[in-house]
Design a protein around this ligand. Sequence first.
Ligand code: UDX
Length: 447
Amino acid sequence: MAVIADHCPEIQVTVVDLNEQRIAAWNDADLSRLPVYEPGLDAVVGRARGRNLHFSTEVDAAIAAADMVFLAVNTPTKTRGLGAGQASDLRWIEASARQVATAARGHTIVVEKSTLPVRTAETVTAILGAAQADGQGKTFSVLSNPEFLAEGTAIADLESPDRVLIGGEDAGAIEALAGVYGQWVPDERILRTNVWSSELSKLTANAFLAQRISSINAIAALCEATGAAVREVARAIGTDSRIGPKFLQAGPGFGGSCFQKDILNLVYLCRHYGLEEPAAYWEQVVMLNSWQQQRIARLVVRNLFGTVTGKRLAVLGFAFKADTNDTREAPAIRICRDLIEEGATLAIVDPKVEPEQIARDLGCSPGGGAASLSGEGGWVPAASPEEAARGADAVLILTEWGAYRQLDWVAIAAVMRHPAWLFDARAVADAAAARAAGLNVWRVGEG
Ligand code: UDX
């Protein structure tokens, strides 16, 4: 919405949320304190806020005044009831649709921005249709407009998207939304489809991207076993123009708010339509991802003489990828939990993730600072990689932050307990320098 406001000064954009604290944070005069860390976002908000970008908790008033309403609420995986563990929880979409139905005036175009299971537009249309029928002169058009931005590069992705997808039946509404994007996106990149194609395309794009990561991680394990090097294999296959070079980076498994959720959703949909083989096929992408995370925790333990109980391990990076403070489904969560369960004390550092967030994700507050042989694992926050490494038997790199490419391995090795290890699950560190400093080095995908 900030980017839309930035490019379309004649459109008034009001972002509303029920959460007062969140809205207050978006209105914070200090742009470094916005609730989402995303490179370049502060500048965009700084330019547009107060001019034609507003943040407010006056939800009904904003809906009543709007020609177009974007539904951008979250759709997490259901944790209970029918479809638990796979289907999307649509309670917030439904609640928002009901609120729009009540508060809207005149004609309103409702745009689904949240990632939704196919045919959700039907639910939204049914709720809005009931309001349309009650004789107050309200009318609605529903569009699907999934978002393909990736975190960490969100502003660049929005500034020059590969494509913008608009699904709908009402040609006038489609062109109204295309006109908004058309302010800065060339028309040939604005794809018009039917609603179901649009909804399914988002799930499919994420499933294909995640599948590439599971594929390369599966090959990484085979490389480690055979002496091949996964980065050489990735380069060799990536130069085939049919395969392409992107999304072939082996790592600790994919995280983030989308991939796992969207694939599980796809699996649920396939099963719903009686398509067992396609369901099992996509499910395997998620299973391979969990396996990769467990595999890394296990090989750390194995290399540290079969036990990490009472040992201190430095964990560098907790975010699910670099350049974000987002930890949703971060591979670090699973790997850290497994190591704590094994009795290790982890010293965790991340340039952008707050210790409070780490505590929430791990389900335990910091403690157990002094590594003990009692068997109780735990974790402590560290301010820098060097501090985390002090007294540690191993350093684990779990997020590919740029700073981890230039670590001073001599200084780090000097404060560790030897024999000491570097486990580089992102293959970003200078492995030769770490080896020269006296560390044993494991890199993902290398024999
Ligand atoms: C993803 C999609 O890319 C985006 O189009 C969609 O709108 C939302 O989901 P995001 O989750 O923000 O975006 O980040 P992405 O860059 O796709 O990375 C997802 C995960 O895959 C991260 O944990 C990342 O580290 C991992 N990854 C990515 C790899 O392990 N290897 C790769 O080669 C690429």
